[in-house]
Design a protein around this ligand. Structure first.
Ligand SMILES: Nc1ncnc2c1ncn2[C@@H]1O[C@H](COP(=O)(O)OP(=O)(O)OP(=O)(O)O)[C@@H](O)[C@H]1O
Ligand SMILES: [Mg+2]
Length: 320
């Protein structure tokens, strides 16, 4: 049987997928993509070999990383072909140093149709195909991050991500209703259990907190709700992502990560110098990029620490 038709994930494939983290939540607009692109670029910069896989037809990964309409931007065609034919996945290389990307885009809609169609007929030739595709190259990377669409749009892609992943990071906004969306996500673990009974929640990221020195009431309430819901299943990361629309918009417009934007800000000509020299003002980078960059640095290091802690726990369990 062709490996792409063998609707299972082999133990060998499963092992190679152990550093795959999906960013997922039932809801849209909760920071799934921002967490992937910003922590992904940071980890690559820190020397990890990173792969980002975009399972969203909106291709926000390509937008955030600034490669829309370049040769790298294949609209998801490469991933689609690999899932269909079982050939080796060919990511877009060196989007940054140490960072490759499997782009998303409109071609994923065709794959979504196949997944929906076969599930209606009770078949699963393509289900798990994304996991098999990633497994074909996973050994080349230290960390693989998958960006997912909101589940209420394309639940099959969320499942594909969760079949491929060992870990899930769930970003959510500090609101009561996000906590119920997280409950819906936790239920999805059951839906993929036949192909992946190892995937676990690595942690929750509170996204879009009010910028300020004190913890907002909304964040406090959310932390309490999450603590009672999650118990010791998974931590809520202490690092949060502040709501800084100006810095986010500036980063997206320039196709830079927030940390890259903050770095660029330190290199821009001081405004007084530009004024003195009578130079035409280039569009200045907002000063608020720094605080948001700090958030992502803290979050990136907390994610790596938690991953390490979990892997150590798992290794210890295997020994007894
Ligand atoms: N720190 C921030 N402050 C304010 N707005 C932000 C910040 N980071 C991201 N945004 C904006 O918030 C929106 C949601 O972020 P993002 O795209 O990461 O969420 P998502 O969960 O991936 O959304 P979708 O479900 O549409 O894929 C986007 O418009 C993004 O540009
Ligand atoms: Mg997104």
């Amino acid at each position: 049987m062709d490996s792409h038709n063998a609707n299972i994930i082999t133990p060998q494939e499963r092992l190679s997928l152990r550093r795959v983290i999906a960013s997922a939540n039932g809801k849209g607009g909760v920071g799934k993509t921002s967490v992937v692109t910003n922590t992904g670029t940071l980890l690559a910069d820190a020397g990890y070999k990173v792969l980002i896989v975009d399972l969203d037809s909106q291709k926000n990964v390509a937008i955030n990383l600034g490669f829309v309409n370049t040769e790298a931007d294949d609209e998801g065609q490469g991933l689609f072909n690999t899932v269909l034919t079982g050939t080796t996945l060919q990511p877009a290389k060196n989007i940054r140093e140490n960072l490759d990307v499997v782009p998303g885009g409109t071609q994923l809609n065709a794959l979504g149709d196949l997944l929906v169609g076969e599930s209606r007929r009770g078949k699963q030739q393509y289900r798990g195909g994304v996991a098999r595709a990633i497994a074909s190259i996973a050994d080349q990377y230290d960390i693989i991050l998958i960006d997912t669409p909101p589940a209420d749009h394309s639940v099959h892609f969320v499942d594909e991500a969760m079949i491929a992943a060992r870990w899930v990071i769930a970003p959510l906004r500090p609101e009561r209703k996000s906590v119920s969306a997280l409950q819906a996500l936790v239920r999805r673990f059951n839906d993929v259990a036949d192909l992946n009974d190892e995937v676990q929640l690595l942690g929750v990221v509170i996204f879009g907190v009010t910028a300020g020195s004190r913890m907002s009431l909304a964040e406090k309430d959310t932390r309490e709700d999450l603590a009672s819901m999650l118990g010791d299943i998974a931590p809520v990361f202490s690092a949060t992502v502040r709501n800084v629309p100006a810095a986010d918009a500036d980063a997206v417009r320039r196709g830079m990560s927030v940390v890259e934007l903050a770095d660029a800000a330190t290199r821009q000509t001081p405004f007084w110098q530009a004024l003195r020299d009578g130079k035409k003002q280039e569009r200045r980078i907002t000063g608020s990029a720094n605080s948001l960059a700090e958030d992502y640095v803290a979050l990136g290091s907390e994610i790596v620490q938690e991953l390490q802690r979990q892997e150590d726990l798992y290794a210890a369990e295997m020994e007894v």
